[in-house]
Design a protein around this ligand. Structure first.
Ligand code: IPM
Ligand code: MG
Length: 352
């Protein structure tokens, strides 16, 4: 099995270093680990955010674990040469259409949330975000000049039926496995793409997943309900843009953006792309204070979904839980540990 690490930018290299320490402690036989330049780091070394060699290495790996991309130093790059464009191109090239973003509250962190503990206790939501379509990729796009001289920024929200069906199937299968239900989120009241989304998801449930309860919710309402009564949700199925927004919101329910891992999956057997959902956090980059939990939990997801080591995934997740239960906290969680110290606490928990 091959795992490719893409540390990327900002706090990416800092949190991936701790994921690597966990990997070393696990010492899994037959797992090859390689690293490649990506994002702003690759712009600096190779002139582009996704060098061909990095793309080829990703496509021939079993799993790819990314840190983060982006930062102010590349913000003036042309749009398609920005670090973020490299990430979108990688997701697209890997065909990872289903982005699993679990928002689970670790019990010792109930008081780290900005919401009351009784609102978030027991929280266990799984977002299934469509990742390679919608307004992130729709054509036409660009900034155009009108005959009047005024400029217009343009993006296209677009979903074909097959793109909705395949991600809906993933959401229903996951909900079935957890004994849960699916809430499908759209803006069917104002967008045709949302109307089609709702129709296709409804039809697919009737045809293939009648045993999994389904309800629909408008995206604005979902944002409100996530703060008012988040425990009513189980699996939330949604498009690329709403999934981006709502998963950041849900992350904060669990105490910190630094806690949430993700897995992006494509066709069965194809390599998966794993990333903490937090960004490159340029404001704290290089200070050694970032929370490595999301990166380490993303590694656990890679072990489970792509590297066929669910046993190791369980061990890593248990080690994170036990380090937190033992009081280990980075600053975002109200503690004082550095990135390295938090990683070390998790490695120590792994050994005990
Ligand atoms: C995420 C990020 C990315 C996204 C950015 C970095 C392109 O916010 O993974 O949630 O918008 O998908
Ligand atoms: Mg995001």
């Amino acid at each position: 099995m091959k795992l490719l690490l893409l540390p990327g930018d900002g706090i990416g290299p800092e949190v991936i270093a701790e994921a690597r320490a966990v990997l070393e402690a696990l010492a899994l036989p037959g797992l090859e680990v390689a690293e490649a330049p990506f994002g702003g780091a690759a712009i600096d070394s190779d002139g582009v955010p996704l060098p061909e060699a990095t793309k080829a290495a990703a496509l021939s790996a079993d799993a790819v674990l990314m840190g983060a991309v982006g930062g102010p130093q590349w913000a003036s790059q042309p749009y398609d040469l920005r670090p973020e464009a490299g990430l979108l191109a990688l997701r697209h090239a890997m065909g990872v259409f289903a982005n699993l973003r679990p928002a689970r509250l670790f019990p010792p962190l109930a008081d780290a949330s900005t919401l009351k503990p009784e609102v978030v206790e027991g929280l266990d939501i799984l977002f299934v975000r469509e990742l390679v379509g919608g307004v992130y990729f729709g054509e036409p796009r660009g900034i155009e000049r009108l005959p009047s001289g005024e400029r217009v920024g343009l993006n296209t929200q677009r979903y074909a039926e097959h793109e909705i069906v395949r991600v809906a199937d993933v959401a229903f299968a996951l909900a079935r496995a957890r004994g849960g239900h699916v809430t499908s989120v759209d803006k069917a009241n104002v967008m045709e793409s949302g109307l089609l989304w709702r129709e296709v998801v409804t039809a697919r449930q009737k045809e293939r997943h009648p045993d999994v309860p389904l309800s629909h919710m408008l995206a604005d309402s979902c944002a409100m309900e996530l703060v008012r009564n988040p425990r009513r949700f189980d699996v939330i199925l949604t498009d690329n843009l709403f999934g981006d927004l709502l998963s950041d919101l849900a992350a904060m329910l669990t105490g910190s953006l630094g806690m949430l891992p993700s897995a992006a999956l494509g066709a069965p057997g194809a390599p998966g792309l794993y990333e903490p959902i937090h960004g490159s956090a340029p404001d704290i980059a290089g200070k050694g204070i970032a929370n490595p939990c999301a990166a380490i939990l993303s590694l656990a997801m890679a072990l489970r979904h792509s590297l066929r080591r669910p046993d190791a995934a369980d061990r890593v997740e248990a080690a994170v839980a036990s380090a937190l239960a033992g009081g280990a906290r980075t600053r975002d969680l109200g503690g004082t540990l550095s990135t390295r110290e938090m990683g070390t606490a998790i490695v120590a928990a792994l050994a005990s």
